[in-house]
Ligand binder design. Structure first.
Ligand SMILES: Cc1ncc(COP(=O)(O)O)c(C=O)c1O
Length: 379
C-alpha cells in the first residue's frame, strides 16, 4: 500500500491553469491578484479586511507586531500548538506565558488564563486546535475585563464557526495558514484578517518592510518616486501566482470541509465503538473545520502504536510536542511540565490519523482496518 500521509493538498487542473495564467502575465508578485485573493477571503469569512502573506508564521508575526505591545509584555498562550504560535510572540520581544489545555477540545483553558494574568499581561493568543474553536465568549470576557488584545491563531480553523459565526470575526487579529496540509493551500502562505481599519493599514505595510506605498501605487506614468518607511517590517509578500492558487482553492473550500467531515464520520463510527480508542468531541455550538483527526489511546502504548502504523505505511503523527518541552524554550523560559497535567496526559496518549479532503474511501477504510488489526492483535 502507498504511504498515506496525515495531510495532503488537493490541486486540480483548474488550479494549475489559474497559476499558469498569472505566470504568463506582467505581475507575478505585488500585483492585482493579491487584492483579489484578499477580497475573496474577507468576503468568505464575512469580515472587513484580509492581508495575505507568505506563510502562517509571517501572518502571526505581523499580527502580534501590529498590536504594538511594550517589550517584555506577557502574552498568554497554549503550549499545545505548533511552535510558530509562541515563536511569533518571541520575535516581538514579548514573553509567552503557557496555560494548560482542556481535556475535551485540547484548547486553552479559560480558567487557567484568568489565573496567569498579571500587570504585564497585554494579550491572549489562542489556537483553535484541530479546527475546533476555543470557548471564545469566555476568552472575550476575560479580555474585556483586563483590557487585553486577542490574537486568534486559526491556522487549523478556516471555515470553522463559533455560535454560527465564522472564525475571523472575534479576535482583534486572526491568522490563517495555507500550508499544503491545511484546508486550502497556496504552497506556503497565510493571512491576517481583522475588522479594525487601523490594524489593516499597518498590516499591509508590515508585510512590505514597513513601506507606506504598494508596488501598484508606485507604478505607471502618474506615480512619483517617493515613499516612506513607517515601521520596521520585513518582506513577507506572497506572490500573485500563489494568490491565484488561493482564489481557485477558496472556491472549493466548502467542498473540502464537507469531505473532511465525511471522513471524520467514517472514523468515528468505527473507532467510537472501540474502548481502547477515544475519539474527538465537537461541542454543540461550534462547527469544526477538522484540520486533523486525533485519537487518544486507552491502555495501548502510543509509541508502539505509532511505529507499527508507520511500518504499515500510515503517516500517523503527533500533534503536538508541548512547546515548553523544546530545548530552546526549556533553556530560556523554564516551565515545569507538572504545571501542565492535562497537556502532558494528552501528549502521552495522542496520535493523529490521516485526514485530508482528497483521501478516498478506500484509503479511509484501509486506515480503519490497520488500526483494528493492531488493536485485535493485542487482545
Ligand atoms: C497552529 C499553527 N500556527 C501556525 C502555523 C504556521 O503556519 P505556516 O506553516 O503556514 O507558517 C501552523 C502550521 O502548521 C499551525 O499549525
Amino acid at each position: 500500500m502507498k504511504f498515506i500521509p496525515y495531510g495532503h493538498q488537493w490541486i486540480d487542473e483548474k488550479d494549475i491553469a489559474e497559476v499558469v495564467k498569472v505566470l504568463k502575465s506582467d505581475w507575478i508578485t505585488t500585483g492585482p491578484k493579491i487584492a483579489e485573493f484578499e477580497d475573496a477571503l474577507s468576503s468568505y469569512i464575512g469580515c472587513k479586511y484580509a492581508v495575505a502573506v507568505n506563510s502562517g508564521t509571517s501572518a502571526l508575526d505581523i499580527a502580534v507586531q501590529t498590536l504594538n505591545l511594550p517589550a517584555g509584555s506577557e502574552v498568554i498562550t497554549t503550549p499545545f500548538t505548533f511552535v510558530a504560535t509562541s515563536n511569533a510572540i518571541l520575535y516581538n520581544n514579548l514573553k509567552p506565558i503557557f496555560v494548560d489545555i482542556e481535556d475535551d477540545t485540547r484548547n486553552i483553558n479559560p480558567e487557567g488564563i484568568r489565573k496567569r494574568i498579571t500587570d504585564k499581561t497585554k494579550a491572549i493568543s489562542y489556537v483553535d486546535y484541530a479546527g475546533h474553536p476555543c470557548d471564545i465568549e469566555e476568552i472575550i470576557e476575560i479580555a474585556e475585563e483586563h483590557d487585553l488584545y486577542l490574537i486568534e491563531d486559526a491556522s487549523h480553523a478556516i471555515g470553522a464557526e463559533y455560535k454560527s459565526k465564522k472564525i475571523g470575526n472575534f479576535a482583534d487579529v486572526t491568522v490563517f495558514s495555507f500550508h499544503p496540509v491545511k484546508h486550502l493551500t497556496t504552497g506556503e502562505g497565510g493571512a491576517v484578517v481583522t475588522n479594525n481599519e487601523e490594524f489593516y493599514e499597518k498590516l499591509k505595510m508590515l508585510r512590505n518592510h514597513g513601506i507606506d506605498k504598494s508596488a501598484l501605487e508606485r507604478f505607471g506614468p502618474k506615480a512619483g518616486w517617493a515613499y516612506d518607511l513607517k515601521f520596521l517590517g520585513r518582506n513577507y509578500r506572497i506572490t500573485d501566482f500563489q494568490a491565484a492558487l488561493g482564489i481557485s482553492q477558496l472556491k472549493k473550500l466548502d467542498e473540502f470541509l464537507r469531505r473532511r467531515k465525511e471522513i471524520v464520520a467514517m472514523y468515528n463510527e468505527v473507532f467510537g465503538a472501540i474502548p481502547e480508542i477515544e475519539t474527538p468531541i465537537v461541542k454543540s455550538y461550534v462547527k469544526s473545520a477538522w484540520h486533523i483527526y486525533t485519537i487518544l489511546l486507552n491502555g495501548m502504548d502510543r509509541d508502539d502504536f505509532f511505529s507499527k502504523m508507520r511500518e504499515r505505511n500510515l503517516g500517523v503523527n503527533v500533534h503536538y510536542i508541548p512547546i515548553y518541552r523544546f530545548s530552546y524554550y526549556h533553556e530560556h523560559f523554564y516551565n515545569n511540565p507538572e504545571d501542565f497535567p492535562v497537556t502532558e496526559e494528552v501528549f502521552s496518549r495522542i496520535v493523529t490519523l490521516p485526514l485530508f479532503s482528497k483521501m478516498t474511501d478506500d484509503e479511509v477504510l484501509n486506515v480503519i482496518e490497520i488500526v483494528k488489526e493492531y488493536k485485535n492483535k493485542r487482545r
